[in-house]
Design a protein. Structure first.
Length: 117
C-alpha cells in the first residue's frame, strides 16, 4: 500500500480532479502489471502501470513461443487469448470515446508508436 501522504505530495497529484468521475466511470483504461514468482513460491507485483498501451509485444511473443513449445499449457489453463490485441484495444478505445473524430492518431509512450483510430 502507498501511504496517503505520499500521493498528496506528488507533483502529479491534481487537487482539481478531486470528486470528479471520468466518462463512463472508468478510472483505469489500460493497466500493466508485471508479476514475478519468488523463491518462496509466492507471487509478487514487480511493477504496475496506468498508462497508454505499451509493452504489449512482450506477452504476445511469449505466448506465441509457449503455444509452439507447450501447446498443452493452453489446453489445461484458462488464459485470455491475446492474439487479437490490436482489435481488443481498438474496441476498448472505441467504447471509451464519447465523440470520435475521423483519422485521429494517438502517440503512445517514449518510443513514439502511433495508433490510427
Amino acid at each position: 500500500m502507498i501511504p496517503e501522504e505520499f500521493i498528496f505530495i506528488s507533483s502529479g497529484y491534481l487537487v482539481q480532479c478531486e470528486g470528479t468521475t471520468p466518462p463512463k466511470g472508468i478510472y483505469s483504461h489500460i493497466s500493466g502489471i508485471d508479476l514475478v514468482k519468488g523463491k518462496d513460491e509466492e507471487w509478487y507485483i514487480l511493477e504496475d502501470n496506468l498508462r497508454v498501451p505499451s509493452g504489449a509485444s512482450y506477452p504476445m511473443i511469449a505466448r506465441e513461443l509457449c503455444r509452439r513449445c507447450s501447446p498443452e499449457t493452453f489446453k489445461n489453463t484458462k488464459l485470455e487469448d491475446n492474439r487479437d490485441y490490436a482489435g481488443l484495444l481498438k474496441r476498448t478505445m472505441d467504447f471509451l470515446y464519447i465523440q470520435r473524430q475521423q483519422n485521429r492518431l494517438i502517440q503512445t509512450g517514449p518510443d513514439r508508436q502511433y495508433w490510427q483510430l
